[in-house]
Design a protein around this ligand. Structure first.
Ligand SMILES: Cc1ncc(COP(=O)(O)O)c(C=O)c1O
Length: 459
């Protein structure tokens, strides 16, 4: 089917499937040029707005909030049930195996650091250089092989197979791979990579931070050993994340944090020391008072997305993706960044550069003159963005810090990202704004302040 045919096919889905209600949909922001507009949140890949349903569920629970796994009181019992039910709901959402463990963490970064801390001795880790830093960096205790950026999904599988073929076949090994790139939105061939890993006796963890909010994910169908994602990208911004998967490495590892909740029995020894028996369940890695609202909000989001139906959500998102891609394709100065090419399946995450524009300047103008929130920078995936830009951009210091001087040639990129709560008008405004900025230029002057490009309001 041609792109326009697929857009019109998807358009009929779109008319019967409005965006899901999210918080902030009526928030207005001031424009530097005067007046106000409703804010167009097009930075879902960083943090998505909360689903109204999630907010309502949390508000309904809030008066009943109590301690988890600790109190004898009614509300404590209720909160404990809610927390453990949330664990079951999320495991169901991910289609985990019956004997998998699901640990509530703070985020994807936390989940992957937990797994890194649970690696068996002498574990080899294989990770593509294209990963988000959360997947690229936690493996400091392992022997890591960084794989070069592939240019096709097939090449990704072949690159991994070659690397695994050279490894010590008897030692433990882990492959870490993203489901959908936080830079290009492109889907990675997770099932094929999992098959390659398993064929060589390695395990695989899926970074689903950008996949789970956009696509149904089945741990069993993809045959991944672990999966990690964050609540705040899945419309549940209450500080929780998830690591789910095989119990053995988690059970055998030292607790991620030592403390109450993780310990089953603590006793003084005769020599004056302390003996600890740690839990073998997920509680082993959930020391301290659990974030029950965070866990509950993730479960609520999982239910809301499932009830909305991923078929319709995916179809609607595809329609928005094509609207943006077609709009950007009409502006010759725009170059969309891609590893796998135009036909690669993708989620609603699109990065690009504009000839003659510094990306920070462009993003600042989108915000100040059009009320559109996007992100600029290297998106915590420095090696990938540098490869895609073909530039020698130097390390940018803090995550997302921009090359700031307005008018300079771009050494970083602009990312627009959207999802289940995005109305058509937001992407239409974005496409029109890109066209206008490129054709007419910015209507305001900008300057650099604290490393960021901001409207100059001093005149
Ligand atoms: C692909 C990917 N993995 C991991 C992360 C880290 O997520 P968090 O910041 O929630 O830990 C991100 C965040 O942008 C991401 O896009």
């Amino acid at each position: 089917m041609s792109v326009s045919a697929s857009v019109s096919a998807a358009a009929s889905v779109q008319t019967i499937c409005p965006p899901l209600p999210v918080l902030g949909r009526d928030v207005t922001v001031p424009l530097v040029t005067g007046g106000e507009v409703t804010y167009a949140a097009l930075d879902y890949a960083a943090s998505a707005p909360a689903l109204q349903r999630v907010w309502d569920d949390v508000a309904a629970y809030a008066p009943y909030y109590g301690s988890v796994h600790r109190g004898a009181g009614y509300l404590s019992q209720l909160s404990t049930d809610l927390f453990e039910n949330a664990r079951r709901t999320v495991a169901e959402f991910l289609d985990c195996r019956p004997d998998d463990q699901l640990v509530f963490t703070r985020s994807t970064t936390d989940s992957l650091n937990l797994l890194a801390a649970a690696l068996p001795a002498d574990c080899q880790v294989f990770v593509f250089e294209t990963e988000h830093h959360a997947s690229l960096l936690p493996w400091t205790n392992a022997q890591v092989t960084y794989l070069n950026a592939p240019r096709t999904p097939r090449q990704a599988v072949e690159t991994l197979e070659r690397a695994l073929a050279d490894r010590d076949p008897y030692g433990p090994a882990l492959v870490c791979v993203t489901g959908a790139s936080n830079v290009t939105g492109e889907l990675w061939p997770v099932r094929e990579l999992a098959a390659a890993a398993h064929a060589h006796g390695a395990r695989i963890v899926l970074d689903a931070a950008q996949l789970a909010p956009h696509h149904p994910v089945s741990v069993q169908d993809l045959d991944v050993d672990w999966i990690a994602f964050s609540g705040h990208k899945l419309y549940a911004p209450f500080g929780s994340g998830v690591l789910a998967g095989r119990a053995d490495w988690l059970r055998e590892a030292e607790p991620y944090l030592a403390g109450g909740g993780a310990s089953r029995k603590v006793s003084r020894r005769e020599d004056g020391g302390v003996d600890v028996e740690w839990h073998e369940s997920a509680a082993r890695h959930e020391a301290g008072s659990p974030n029950v609202i965070g866990a509950y909000s993730i479960a609520s989001a999982c239910k809301a997305l499932t009830e909305a139906g991923f078929d319709t959500l995916v179809a609607r998102e595809r329609y928005l993706i094509e609207k943006v891609r077609e709009g950007l394709a009409e502006v010759p100065e725009v170059r969309v960044l891609s590893l796998f090419g135009d036909d690669a399946p993708r989620v609603g995450v699109i990065s690009f550069v504009v000839d003659g524009w510094n990306s920070s300047h462009f993003a600042a103008a989108l915000s100040a003159e059009y009320g559109i929130g996007v992100r600029d920078g290297l998106f915590c995936a420095h090696p990938l963005v540098r490869t895609l830009l073909g530039s020698d951009a130097q390390a940018q210091g803090e995550c997302g810090a921009p090359e700031a001087a307005p008018g300079e040639k771009s050494l970083n990129a602009i990312r627009v990202s959207f999802g289940a709560g995005t109305p058509d008008e937001h992407v239409e405004r974005f496409v029109n704004a890109v066209r206008e900025l490129v054709t007419d230029g910015a209507r305001w002057n900008y300057r650099t302040e604290d490393g960021r490009c901001v409207p100059d309001t001093s005149a």
